[in-house]
Design a protein around this ligand. Sequence first.
Ligand SMILES: Cc1cc2nc3c(=O)[nH]c(=O)nc-3n(C[C@H](O)[C@H](O)[C@H](O)COP(=O)(O)OP(=O)(O)OC[C@H]3O[C@@H](n4cnc5c(N)ncnc54)[C@H](O)[C@@H]3O)c2cc1C
Length: 475
Amino acid sequence: MAEVPIEALARIHAIVGERGWVAADEQERFLVEWRGLWRGRPLAVVRPGDTAEVAEIVRICAAARIAIVPQAGNTSLCGGSVPDEGGTELVLSVERLDRIRELDPQGFTITVEAGCVLADVQRAAAAADRLFPLSLAAEGSCRIGGNLSTNAGGIHVLRYGSARRLVLGLEVVLPDGRIWNGLRHLRKDNAGYDLKQIFIGAEGTLGIVTAAVLELFPRPRARWVALAAVPDPGEALDLLAQTRERAGEALTSFEWMPRFALDLVLRHIPGTRDPLDKVHEHYVLIELDSMLEGDARLAERGAALLEDAARRGVVIDAAVASSEAEIAGLWRLRESISAAQKQEGASVKHDVSVPVSRVPDFLGAARQKVELEWPGVRVCAFGHLGDGNIHFNLSAPAGADAEQSGAFLGHWGAFNRLVHEVVCAMGGSIAAEHGIGRLKRDELKLVKSDVELDLMRALKTAIDPAGIMNPGRVL
Ligand SMILES: Cc1cc2nc3c(=O)[nH]c(=O)nc-3n(C[C@H](O)[C@H](O)[C@H](O)COP(=O)(O)OP(=O)(O)OC[C@H]3O[C@@H](n4cnc5c(N)ncnc54)[C@H](O)[C@@H]3O)c2cc1C
């Protein structure tokens, strides 16, 4: 058993004070993630109050060779943000780094600390009549440091790109405790390597992001949102292409969900209702946005699009939201699927992506494989069709008891291998949202070549030679 570095811990305790030192009986929420799949035992849990404290802690850890697990909102669910069971890893939560340092409405930038909750950043931007477009179902609890470290996506990637595209500058505490102040506000900077991109999506393996300069956009003045029933995923793809052609920049989101997902939401989420009279097998949720106040043409374009698609048999039925409340209601159906599936019982998750035009093939092939593997498995596949990013989730057979559910969950790895094989055969990615963490570390070689893995290891060794930053995650 490793010796407890008592002196180093005492120095860290002195730096963060009582407010930043999490007592053993208050550590639970930092040690287990939302799904309960990963639970760890920490050396200590600390919540430093500013970048200088983070740097001092990292310096002490580097000298004492203490491993650090950075944590933001703890919603990434792949074993990256919680400690392992060894009792040797220090959890460093950035949640107290929650200041908005600057908002520049003319320059369309906001400078925020890593612990800011995503929804708070959106609200701050909106209060200045600006849009921060990163938006995902976990936005009430995930935090900017985690969003950047996982290169988060969400429902607006189609139009604004994922987190990587929204960052102009970064502040990072390096694994030796130095602070890299790269908080530039530049939209053009071709002077040497773009270092910030190395830390984005690195899942805390290269350093601790403490602040970022994020890009803001004009706030949309009009929205048009519809839930359309389509015959199958192939027709959904056709509708996506048509919508892109006709709506261009106005197309902000294009989400796909099957009836099974909608049924789960209607069953488990209070206050939801089916907006269509008839039951259909497949749906897409489309949002068009305009920068013009009360833009009547937006609704006309949306209506024309649906009419044309209906004529061609691509859309069978549709509900168009006529108020902000109805827009929220339609989005709630889509955004509640994960929570509803959790209530339905045991489920196995895959957040994968394939080239957009391969989504229907992927859905068919992956479904066939898992149904053969586990008779009665209920496929709950849904997601960001516009990005080729599908949550290919599996619910245990209806009525599964505790033992059967346990056996189903015990098959997680085997399901992953089956689905990931299909993904890889289509040139896709096995981690389109939640990251690699520990969950998919051993499968990374399926989607990265030897050359890519060598380059990643070389970067890790160059920046974190002692290997103290989130060890065993990603690589
Ligand atoms: C209901 C639900 C819906 C979701 N929908 C989406 C979606 O649409 N799109 C999407 O991309 N993701 C989605 N996610 C996944 C998750 O919300 C994202 O991965 C999110 O970006 C994680 O942020 P977090 O603050 O929770 O990070 P955490 O889980 O705390 O951390 C994520 C990783 O980053 C590291 N890390 C955290 N903070 C820092 C830091 N300051 N510096 C360096 N490393 C750090 C951690 O060690 C960990 O490896 C969803 C999750 C849930 C529960």
